[in-house]
Design a protein around this ligand. Structure first.
Ligand SMILES: *Cc1c(COP(=O)(O)O)cnc(C)c1O
Length: 397
């Protein structure tokens, strides 16, 4: 079936929650993907910051194949060597003490909120969780309660015990924290909100404030973690350690897996039966995750993401000089956002026609989150196409 046939069939049966492009992808290798009509694309979205080691990395593929043939799933009533190894790796690279494995981002945030509340209640405090405006933590009921209002419309009653303050505003946070507050949750680099990094002094200030008030600090590194910003975690740019951290997206190299990690202080409040999962961290997903993390380490992909990100930023800065449509570029490593003068959707569509996959978030931010091992040659093609498209829209405008 070609793109159009698949698109039509999809519309017949799938819930209309996504406004999909009439393109069906059937194959991927590194940063190249192919659609059902045989057209090749350069992927600068990487499954929304998921395919951090590129599509179908041989090491990840072979780990999955091997594990699938040996043992895919066993309940969490038993120990699994893959989970043991993955937990050890995550503790080592994060500097946190304990791990819980889940299946997705939202589920990891839910778990993080639960253990934060458990800790707070054990210490005689309320369960309020303060999040940031323009944040994104998922689409489950509790996670939409932390997020943007637009995702809450029509889904009431929304869980209570949540409050929001502006991001990068320490004073607003200080005023919002009260005796009922269990935790503060934030993304060190906001993703869906438009690729907005925290200000350095802000995160340090938040940490200090949380310590003074006895409030837990949760970092949601679901999008900005796993090498995305050129370090294992975005927190490492800021030298700030949270009490709890959530992961997903890039963690499994394309296989669904999430995690939340915490320090021993939080872990000490958790007892047998406090949380659980059927699938979370099963041998298949854990094997994929180990292979992904090892690949990032062995191939020096954090360093490569830093270098490539700097190079790309410079190239885009040159384009900004030539094109009024481009306002500015921001972000860290290979988590970049180009601010546009107008909504990004038409540009995203034109790029797709030219064989480039990118996306627009927060309306007018063109988001670039390619694989950490994307080549400069591939990015150069993007730069040239973008330049051409902007020239052409200028002359037709
Ligand atoms: C994508 C994302 C989530 C939600 O992850 P899902 O796997 O879609 O549930 C949560 N937080 C952040 C920062 C994200 O980018």
């Amino acid at each position: 079936m070609n793109n159009q046939d698949l698109y039509t069939k999809d519309k017949e049966n799938y819930l209309p929650t996504f406004n999909r492009f009439p393109i069906a992808f059937i194959k991927g290798k590194g940063s190249r993907i192919w659609d059902a009509d045989g057209k090749e694309y350069i992927d600068l979205l990487a499954g929304i910051a998921v395919n951090n080691v590129g599509h179908c990395h041989p090491k990840v593929v072979s780990a999955i194949q091997k594990q699938a043939a040996e043992l895919m799933h066993i309940s969490n009533f038993f120990v699994s060597p893959q989970q043991v190894a993955l937990s050890e790796l995550l503790v080592k690279i994060s500097g946190l003490d304990r791990v819980f494995l889940s299946n997705s981002g939202a589920e990891s945030v839910e778990g993080a909120i639960k253990i934060a509340r458990r800790y707070a209640h054990k210490h005689g405090k309320g369960g309020k969780v303060i999040s940031m405006e323009s944040s994104f933590h998922g689409r489950t009921l509790a996670t939409i309660a932390t997020g943007q209002k637009k995702y809450q419309e029509g889904f009431g009653p929304i869980p209570t015990g949540f409050a929001q303050v502006p991001f990068n505003n320490l004073k607003a946070l200080e005023e919002a924290i009260d005796d009922d507050t269990a935790a503060v949750i934030l993304e060190p680099v906001q993703g869906e909100g438009g690729v907005i990094p925290a200000q350095k002094n802000y995160l340090k200030g938040v940490r200090k404030l949380c310590d003074e008030k006895g409030v837990l600090l949760i970092f949601d590194e679901i999008q900005c973690g796993i090498g995305r910003t050129g370090k294992w975690f975005a927190k490492d740019h800021f030298g700030v350690q949270p009490d709890i951290m959530t992961l997903a997206k890039g963690l499994g190299g394309g296989v669904p897996i999430g995690a939340f990690l915490c320090n021993e202080k939080v872990a000490s409040a958790i007892e047998f039966g406090d949380h659980g999962t059927t699938f979370g961290g099963n041998p298949l997903a854990a094997a994929a995750s180990i292979a992904t993390i090892e690949t990032i380490a062995e191939e020096g992909l954090c360093k490569q993401a830093t270098e490539t990100g700097e190079w790309l930023k410079d190239k885009i800065k040159e384009l900004i000089k030539d094109h009024k449509e481009l306002e500015s570029i921001r972000g860290l490593g290979l988590m970049l956002g180009i601010k546009l003068k107008s909504p990004g959707a038409p540009l995203v569509k034109r790029l797709l026609e030219e064989g480039i996959v990118a996306n627009a978030t927060a309306g007018n931010i063109l988001r670039l989150v390619p694989a950490l091992n994307v080549s400069k040659a591939e990015l150069q093609i993007f730069i040239e196409k973008l330049d051409e498209i902007l020239v052409e829209t200028k002359t037709t405008a």
